[in-house]
Design a binder for this molecule. Structure first.
Ligand SMILES: Nc1ncnc2c1ncn2[C@@H]1O[C@H](COP(=O)(O)OP(=O)(O)O)[C@@H](O)[C@H]1O
Ligand SMILES: [Mg+2]
Length: 243
């Protein structure tokens, strides 16, 4: 399964959280250079899958490969250092710090704003104008959508090969969703591979190249987004009321 056009592969991944058996054998491929949408009802195991990829939960069975390397047993900092950024649903930004300070903390190498690569910072400002606009404001004062944009900006402050984001469109106003869609499309053009968990089916269909649908701790459907988009019956049976 670990072929060269798959940047990330999960094979038979099982995860237990304490006494609970949450993932029952997840098979997932993330094609290089594409945007893959991970869908599924609440409680299907999407967040647990992302956390297992990042080593925040340890897989009890199965393998996770990134760029052909077995990362199943690596620690989270080692996994991140391979070029994977993860934005959790909670976003992980520091409310009391300014936007600038949040960005600096994310740039491991940078000791001051001048040390963040200038071209890269300008590119991020173009993707997310709110980050520039509120540069010296406390992050806690930003709207939900602006916080989400800061969280993604932090994730890409250094070049990454794979960007994993849990529910980026959650609670966003339509104008923010459009900004987010444009930004992800641009990120993809720049060569970044993306894996997004999404509840908003319209957002998912507009952006996704590939789709994987989870149910009860397994991937129960995967393939091209175009085919999935065209099959409303399949969507209904897999996502039901989530639509
Ligand atoms: N820390 C935890 N302890 C116990 N059960 C958990 C924990 N986190 C998630 N679960 C359970 O695992 C299942 C999958 O959760 P999750 O991966 O968050 O689903 P999704 O992101 O698809 O909504 C759910 O039944 C949830 O209740
Ligand atoms: Mg979740």
């Amino acid at each position: 399964m670990t072929t060269s056009n798959h940047l990330l592969t999960l094979e038979g991944v099982q995860t237990h959280i304490g006494a609970y058996h949450i993932l029952h054998g997840v098979d997932l491929v993330v094609p290089k250079g594409q945007l893959t949408m991970l869908l599924g009802r609440n409680g299907a195991g999407k967040t647990t899958t992302l956390r297992t990829i990042m080593g925040l939960w340890q897989a009890s069975k199965g393998r996770v490969h990134f760029n052909g390397k077995d990362i199943t047993a690596l620690r989270t900092p080692e996994i991140a250092a391979l070029g994977i950024a993860y934005v959790p649903e909670t976003m992980g930004i520091f409310a009391d710090l300014t936007v600038k300070e949040n960005m600096l903390l994310a740039a491991r190498a940078a000791k001051n704003a001048d040390a963040i690569d200038d071209t890269r910072l300008k590119w991020i400002f173009q993707l997310f104008p709110a980050v520039e606009k509120f540069w010296n404001h406390p992050a806690g004062k930003l709207s939900g959508g602006q916080k989400q944009m800061l969280a993604v900006s932090r994730a890409i402050v250094e070049p990454r090969e794979l960007l994993i984001i849990d529910e980026p469109s959650k609670g966003l106003a339509p104008v923010m969703i459009n900004n987010m869609i444009d930004a992800f499309a641009e990120l993809k053009r720049s060569g970044v591979t993306l894996l997004l968990v999404e509840q908003n089916i319209h957002f998912a269909q507009r952006l996704g190249d590939s789709v994987a649908v989870m149910d009860n701790g397994r991937v129960v459907h995967s393939g091209a987004m175009a085919a999935f988009s065209a099959d409303t019956q399949l969507q209904q049976s897999l996502l039901g009321l989530a639509l």
